[in-house]
Design a protein. Structure first.
Length: 150
């Protein structure tokens, strides 16, 4: 893979996907597990929105690693490992979460039947802020790599 210029437009477009998905996830009825599962459409909606947000996060990461470091097609857990190694995600706690997200993305895509409404509820209720923080770290890394300020 040949290194190139990081595109802030690509990163910003994907960041908007993440932001939109997280906003929609926060609007789902999730005051309790009972409320979350009362409408049969809520868990599948949460699953779809989470899958899109996590995929967009890894698409940003893939773009940064390809353009900034010449790293080509890699497995999702490897992308997460390199994000930490290359300093794209600087917070160690968020780096560990990103590695877990690599496996979770694969579960959402290939083993979706194993993802339970309880697990989705827990993520919607307690972990969306982590996704947002990782996305922000990647946005800041993109700005550094492109030479943009802020």
């Amino acid at each position: 893979m040949t290194q190139g210029k990081v595109s802030l437009k690509v990163v910003d477009d994907l960041f908007q996907v993440i932001h939109s998905c997280l906003g929609d996830l926060r609007r789902l009825p999730a005051e309790s597990l009972v409320e979350f599962t009362a409408n049969f459409q809520t868990p599948p909606a949460a699953e779809s929105l989470l899958r899109r947000a996590v995929q967009a996060l890894f698409d940003i990461l893939r773009h940064l690693l390809a353009k900034g470091f010449g790293q080509g097609m890699l497995e999702f857990k490897e992308l997460a490992r390199l994000a930490v190694e290359k300093g794209l995600v600087q917070d160690p706690r968020l780096g560990a979460i990103l590695k877990e997200l690599g496996g979770f993305r694969n579960r959402l895509t290939h083993f979706y039947q194993e993802v339970t409404p309880e697990e989705l509820y827990d993520i919607v209720k307690n972990e969306l802020g982590d996704l947002e923080q990782i996305a922000e770290e990647l946005r800041q890394a993109a700005a550094r790599m492109s030479g943009a300020s802020g």
